[in-house]
Design a protein around this ligand. Structure first.
Ligand SMILES: Cc1cc2nc3c(=O)[nH]c(=O)nc-3n(C[C@H](O)[C@H](O)[C@H](O)COP(=O)(O)O)c2cc1C
Length: 237
């Protein structure tokens, strides 16, 4: 089925329903089952995601996927650096500060996570331990690193963000769980060295993926979203 004929298989209402269902069902998975995802399924996600739009069709995303032994070696290396308290080594400057509504939303989602795990408010040791789980890839059998081209700057990163979204939706449609991880980009230098990436590649984020462990309590809560009214301003005159 090619892109031109595939549309004929769905009524317009069904198409938006499918997209809405995928968006509503997707959530950040923080506990995975150990079994590998078949290569054909991963390649299906990658083919679909490749249709992502980008500035001047530059398609700056390059995707490195570590599985099996390679994932394990990478996990040990990045976990060791993160656990050592090494200083941030981002390629892209992280948010300077969360203020106002952004701080509220950050806190709300953080407390949802900690409450679900039974971590008491203010228990900084437990927060740090949970944060380190990022570097175990939450038990996922596969981790993708998304990197862009340095001269494209922030626009390359924006295009990679769109790619990440499409990757997550494609994975959702194929029954997989994902979590986008800016945490991995804190160790961009290590990633570049570990995978021999060229000097002009810039790490945007990671995506750990696999089959979600639905029985794990960390996967039991869902985050909220602001209303359209709080988000959009229509200007007509
Ligand atoms: C670009 C990006 C980076 C993220 N990085 C992390 C991360 O490093 N660790 C983590 O636990 N969650 C991370 N998240 C997940 C967000 O916390 C999550 O998307 C948000 O709270 C909304 O929840 P939901 O994905 O379950 O709908 C990231 C999300 C995005 C889009």
């Amino acid at each position: 089925m090619d892109a031109k004929t595939s549309n004929a298989h769905y009524m317009t209402a069904d198409r938006i329903d499918v997209l809405e269902d995928l968006l509503n069902e997707r959530y950040s998975v923080r506990a995975f089952l150990p079994q590998d995802v078949p290569r054909e399924t991963i390649e299906h996600i990658l083919r679909v995601s490749q249709r992502t739009a980008s500035w001047c069709n530059s398609q700056p995303w390059q995707v490195l996927i570590a599985s099996g032994e390679a994932k394990e070696t990478f996990r040990k290396a990045i976990y060791a650096e993160a656990a050592s308290g090494a200083k941030d080594d981002h390629d892209f400057t992280p948010p300077r500060e969360y203020l106002g509504v952004y701080l509220e939303r950050r806190r709300e989602s953080g407390f949802q996570l900690y409450n679900t795990l039974g971590i008491a408010r203010g228990d900084k040791m437990a927060y740090a331990k949970q944060a380190l789980e990022n570097y175990n890839f939450f038990g996922a059998p596969h981790v993708a690193v998304i990197h862009t081209d340095e001269p494209l700057g922030i626009y390359g990163a924006v295009d990679c963000g769109a790619y990440v979204s499409n990757f997550m939706l494609a994975a959702q449609a194929l029954g997989l769980g994902t979590i986008p991880q800016a945490a991995l980009a804190r160790h961009s230098g290590l990633i570049r060295r570990h995978f021999n990436l060229a000097d002009d590649r810039r790490v945007v984020c990671g995506i750990s993926f696999g089959y979600a462990d639905h029985a794990h309590k960390v996967n039991s809560y869902r985050t909220s979203r602001a209303s359209v009214a709080d988000t959009v301003t229509f200007v007509e005159e």
